[in-house]
Design a protein around this ligand. Structure first.
Ligand SMILES: Nc1ncnc2c1ncn2[C@@H]1O[C@H](COP(=O)(O)OP(=O)(O)OP(=O)(O)O)[C@@H](O)[C@H]1O
Ligand SMILES: [Mg+2]
Length: 277
């Protein structure tokens, strides 16, 4: 099972990943309008910011624009008007500060795990082979998968594949992680393990995270702040600060009365959005 191969990565290994770009980036979405076809707006005057190192979860009904917002933030889609910046710079897809994790792992089946993780470093062509290997092994250690370096994607479970996808992004030392329902396709136990792993990694590396999910409990467990999107093109419905203590462990955190209050508040707000649609 996935949990059996989880290890505590040694500090010396992780050291290979502590470059200048460590820590989190601030982002700012300011007065953004966006429509795919010029006639049906997805966003009107959207405004959203995150401070360095903040974990923001994005919730909202299907079709409200969550993935679109991630694509705007990653620079893949240009806004019709308004501005999106990361640490004050207008965003572009080439920004090294950005890492994108999708719902499916999208690994290259013909490459082994190590080469999948090395792929992005190879593309940049800035490091020698041995340095690429060290960084890739450090990223695999972060996700507890050093022992799987020589395996191919088809030899891994879904949870392990998603960990490799995370390592492939972490190896590039992004300061902003954009995650679009990354654990949605996984079983509940693997998902719980990966939620705890993600929090451990973020505590250690300090990236800013924007995390899309449909799961209210997952959002509350992970986030510092939950942003709720309304039916398009209304934009942000409301925000909720998640004032639960850290470090968080799933079993303990879910038992807290405050956890129940926060999830109930969000569920009520989502019901109101759906009822008004
Ligand atoms: N490539 C595209 N071309 C045209 N319209 C699109 C495109 N991608 C998304 N849309 C439309 O934009 C709106 C927002 O879509 P988006 O994928 O961002 O929603 P979402 O909140 O991520 O939904 P889900 O929760 O189902 O993933 C929807 O009305 C969708 O139909
Ligand atoms: Mg989506």
């Amino acid at each position: 099972m996935d949990c059996e191969i989880l290890t505590s990565p040694s500090d010396s290994r992780i050291g290979a990943l502590s470059g200048d770009r460590s820590g989190g980036a601030a982002f700012q979405v300011d007065g953004v309008d966006f429509s795919y076809d010029g006639t049906h707006p997805v966003f009107r005057s959207l405004a959203l910011t995150a401070r360095p190192g903040e974990f923001v979860a994005l919730l909202g009904p299907s079709g409200c624009g969550k993935t679109t917002l991630l694509n705007l933030l990653s620079g893949f889609l240009p806004p019709s008007s308004g501005r999106i910046t990361i640490d004050g710079e207008t965003v572009t897809p080439e920004m090294p500060a950005l890492g994108y994790v999708f719902q499916s792992p999208q690994l290259f089946p013909w490459l082994d795990v190590l080469d999948n993780v090395r792929f992005g470093l190879r593309m940049t062509g800035r490091l020698r082979d041995a340095e690429q290997r060290d960084k890739a092994m450090a990223a695999l250690a972060l996700v507890g998968l050093e022992a799987a370096a020589g395996k191919f994607p088809h030899q891994l479970s879904g949870g392990m594949q998603q960990r490799v996808a995370l390592a492939r992004v972490l190896v590039l030392e992004p300061r902003l992680l954009l995650m679009d329902e990354p654990f949605a396709a996984l079983d509940a136990i693997t998902r719980a393990t990966l939620n705890e792993e993600l929090l451990r990694l973020c505590g250690r590396l300090g990236q800013t995270v924007l995390f899309i999910t449909h799961d209210v409990e997952e959002a509350v467990f992970l986030a510092d702040r939950v942003v709720l999107l309304d039916i398009a093109p209304a934009g942000i419905h409301s925000e909720l600060a998640i004032d639960l203590p850290r470090p968080r462990r799933l079993r303990e955190t879910r038992r807290l009365e405050r956890f129940t209050t926060l999830t109930d508040t969000l569920l009520e707000r989502i019901s109101a959005i759906v009822a008004a649609a």
